[in-house]
Structure formats: structure tokens, C-alpha cells
Design a protein around this ligand. Sequence first.
Ligand code: PRX
Length: 635
Amino acid sequence: MSNYSIKSLEEYFQVYRKSVRDPETFWEEIAEEHFDWRRKWDNVLQWDFSKPQVKWFDGAQLNITENCLDRHLQIRGHKTAILFEPNDPQAEAEHITYRDLHERVCRMCNVLKENGVSRGDRVCIYLPMIPELAITVLACARIGAIHSVVFAGFSSNALATRINDCDCKIVITSDGSYRGAKILDLKSIVDSALEECPQVSHVLVAKRTGQKVQMKAGRDKWLEPLMEQAYADFPAEIMNAEDPLFILYTSGSTGKPKGMVHSCGGYMVYTAYTFKNIFQYREEDIFWCTADIGWITGHSYIVYGPLANGATTVMFEGIPTYPDSGRFWEIIQKHKITQFYTAPTAIRALAKESLDFVTKYDLTSLKVLGSVGEPINEEAWHWYNNNIGKGQSPVVDTWWQTETGGIMISPIPYVTPTTPTFATFPFIGIQPALMDDAGNEIYENQTQGKLCIKFPWPSMARSIWGDHERYKNTYFTAFDNCYFTGDGAFRDEVGYYRITGRVDDVIIVSGHNLGTAPIEDAINEHPAVAESAIVGYPHDVKGNALYGFITLKEFGETRDRDNLMKEINQKIAEQIGPIAKLEKILFVDGLPKTRSGKIMRRILRKIASNDTENLGDISTLLNPEVVQNIIDATS
Ligand code: PRX
């Protein structure tokens, strides 16, 4: 039996039991046998969810990039580490070997150092999916600086909020980015963000599109010449296992995004171990995760997990529909992809297109199909399984979160029998629990409850940057001695989990986590708006779409409604980004409120979903009459 590579269901049960009965010995063995440490830990685990405090491998010293790069140089220096597939299908793919990547990361370290970055500093990375993104991430890790990657689809306001929250002094960006047939002007987004961030003293700009950009003297520098001049070696900074590796922002129920802080040691161990097993990774495989590195999926399963295993990981710059809807399948054929990991929203969008886009290509290289980010509905699951996997490649529906760092509930392909819409069993070391509304654990199967995790796992976020109290309140106060995920789940008779969706005010749209509060704040900034409430409703491609119920100030009543809708969505795009735009807007006379003045979103959700038969008890509302008005307005 190998604890590191699980090959049968029996082995899964054995290893799982071991990981739960004696987690410390279990993780100690994994950590010891499969990673390079400069110094061993003093303790495998110390934890107290009431504080909350969690430390894995404390006292150990390492640098994650020695595990992702240096240790591979001898045996696989000439192997492709990053396979870059550009937006333009005619442009040549770039094979960056482990040796090249090591060298480019070291050069980048020297560039960052010369521009004032040192251990512990926060570095904001706002780049498209080009090699410089992965290189900068790794360079920060090698220096011991804390990277904060901001998805390059976020607006300048959202970027400024994130830069200021963790007080970055430097931003790495590019002149522009390609997205299908569009070119986005990234540098000017950074420029307007930095009007709000006076502390940023350096901006390094990678050249991608070649478009003309403004360079602010004394602050902005082109990256390329600095990289060319930089020395190609850089000794890795020796970090403590519990030192922060990165901050990644995720939406919450309140306005401000939460900067989840991940640590060096535990994160490395868990992402590498999950990558190996959940994708059944073998040395000759070509792994492709279609996420953007701006999200946790990209951090863990484009960069760190694959590279820690010495894998070839694909970075795709483009979108699934450019130049046509066959792009994903063309890339799978071209690079002989063995594991493909994408989001249900992409599957649903591509399933709407002609099957000719799929059948044109040879997909026989595929061994594992992954899904992540939102529940995968049955129809999409079957389409993926039948047409992409041809019934031969197991679909792994992986449930996890920015906060969890790595995959938590998932089948192990060729090991766990899959069932559509079920993420199946907890991964090794993960102890889920379902809770009822009274806060008690539900032990029976065939039940639904709020999903919690009872025991720490190595890659869990350690805090929210600058606000440990919020970390505690968000995740550790709803249920005693448990991490609360914010999701609901159903557990069937064999113990398989199906994630039923968020139980808080976060809505997952096209796999993106959107808090309602920041969107409402953006809408309320429009001078004609009095009040707003956002809810999600089912959408056949996006999973959920956003429905905004908005009341207007008196003078707004006279405005042209179509223009108002455009302006409101424009406001949202400016404040957050286009991903948060509303699909539907309804101007109403009033919003249903409780006597304490709280908006009853439950009712709005039902109305948005066309489920007005079962509105429940509305008699306790302060203003029950508005409900019928809203229903009438929707029809
Ligand atoms: O609601 C769950 C949903 O996505 C949320 C986490 O979003 P984020 O932090 O952006 O991370 C996404 C990528 C890991 C979860 O709370 N979610 C994620 N994966 C699944 C899912 N819902 C159902 N099934 C999944 N496989």
C-alpha cells in the first residue's frame, strides 16, 4: 500500500482511516517522504479552532520553489514545466522547461529585489495568463515576498481596494491582454487604480500586446530589459512552514473582500498530494487546468500542485470560444492533454454548440476530466462524460474553496465510482460534518445540512489579512469547534456528498464567487438609486445569474429606464468588473423588509426564480404589500 498514490477503493478506505485516526503521523510521513525541507518541524500540528489558530509543520524550514523547481533540475531539467498556449491559435506554443523556468524565476527575483522587494513584502500581480504571471508568482515565493494576484478582469477600483488592503508597494502588470478578438488595456486600469494607492512606488510592465501605454517616470519600468540584465541565479530564501506564502482575495457577505492568507508548508504538501491523487498524475502526463491564475484553482492546480510533482502544466491565454467553440478540444488534441480540469459554466456553454466542434478532434489522450467552482448539473455532467470523455475518462467533481487551498471532496479517478452531481467522498485527511440549524451534527445519511469541516487540514487558510477577528467570525463562530464552509450539502446512503450551493449571501456566477454586498454598494452609488437588493436565480449557462431589485429616488423616476439599467451595470463594471453585471434589473416601489429593516432576500430569490407559489409566511413583513407589486412588475 502506498499512502502517496491511491490505486483502489480499498486502499482509499485504509488510507482515509489512517489519516483520520492519526493525522499527525499520516501527514508527517507524506511531508517527510515527498518534499525537500531545509529543517524538519518541531510539531506536525498545533490547533485550536476557538482562537482560531492552526499550525502545520511549525519550525520546519523550506522554500516552496526549491520543491517546485530546483529539485527537478537534475532529473527533469529538460522536461517542459509550463506549456504556454497563446490566445492566437496560429501563434506558436511555448515550451518552458524546468531549467528555463528556474532561470527566469531567478532573474525575476533579482529584478524584484532591485526594485525594493524583500521577504514579507506584499507584491500585487495584475497580469493576464502569460508566462510572466507564473514566473512572478514563483519569484515572490522564492524571495519570501507574499504575492497577491488580482484577476486581470477586475476593475481599477477593485484592484485599488486589494492593493491597499495588504499595502503593496509594487505592482507587476502588462501593457495589455488578449481575450479572444479583444485587447484589454491593463496598464491604464493599473494607472487609474494607483491614483488611490500613493504608497505604490514601482510598477513593472511586461510587454504583451505592444500597444502604446503611459509610463510614469520614476515609477514605471518595462520588465523585459530588466530581466535580460538580471543575474540568472538567486538563492531561495529559507522560510518557516507557517510563513505566509500568498494572499488571495475572495468575496464575502459584506463589502470588503477577504484576503485569505495561505502558508508555505502545509499548502505545498496538500496541493501536491491532492494533485497527484485526484488527477492520478503520471510522469509523462500533460495536465491542463483552464482556470486563471487569478483564482485559487490556478494557484493550486496550474502552479504549485503540478510543479511540486514535476508535471507539465498548460497555461492557456485565451477563451473557450475563440476563434470558435472548438478551441478547448483543439488544444487537447494538439498537446495530447491527459487531464483536463475546467468549470461547469464552460461545459454548459460549449454543450450548447454543435457537436461537430468536438467530434472534429481526437480526444483519446484524455484520462481524467475535472470539474470545479460550482455544482455541475446532471445534463452537463453527462455531456462532459459522454462527449469529451467518451465514457472512458472519469469525471472528478472537485469541491473546495479559496479558503481551503486544495480539493476537499472529490472522487479519485479509477478508484471512486462516480455519480453525476456528487463530489462523492471526502479526500484523505478531510473530516466533513453536516450540521442542522440548531448547530448539532447530523450523523445519519440521506440528509442535508450545512457543510463544516471538523479537523484542520494542511492547506487551510490561516487568517484574513489584517483582520483575524473577521476570519474567526466568518468561519469559526457559526458552529462550535468547526470550520463552516458557507455551503449546504446532501449526504446519500453510502456517504457521498452533493454540494447544494451557498447558504449565505455569496452567489456563484459562472464559477465566480460574488458577494451581494459589494454589488449593492456599487449600485447604490448611482445618484438615481435609493436602495437595491441582489439575488441569484438559476441560469442555464452561468449556473446562477444576478437579479437586481432596485428602488429609485424621486428624481430617478423620471429617467429613461433602459439608460438607467446601462448606467447601473456600467457602475458595477467600474467598481468590481464586468463579471458582476446584472442579468436582469427590475425597478420596484419598495423592497420587502422585516420589522428590523432587513431586506428579505429569501422572498426576492423566489420571485427571481419564478417560484411565487411558495413564498412562505410574509405576514411578519413590515410592508407585505410590496411583494404583490413586485410579482406584478415581473409579469
Ligand atoms: O459554493 C462552493 C462552490 O464554490 C465556492 C468556492 O468558491 P471559490 O472560493 O471561488 O473557489 C472556487 C474554486 C475552488 C464553494 O463554497 N464550489 C466549488 N466547487 C464546487 C462548488 N460547488 C459545487 N460543486 C463543486 N465542485
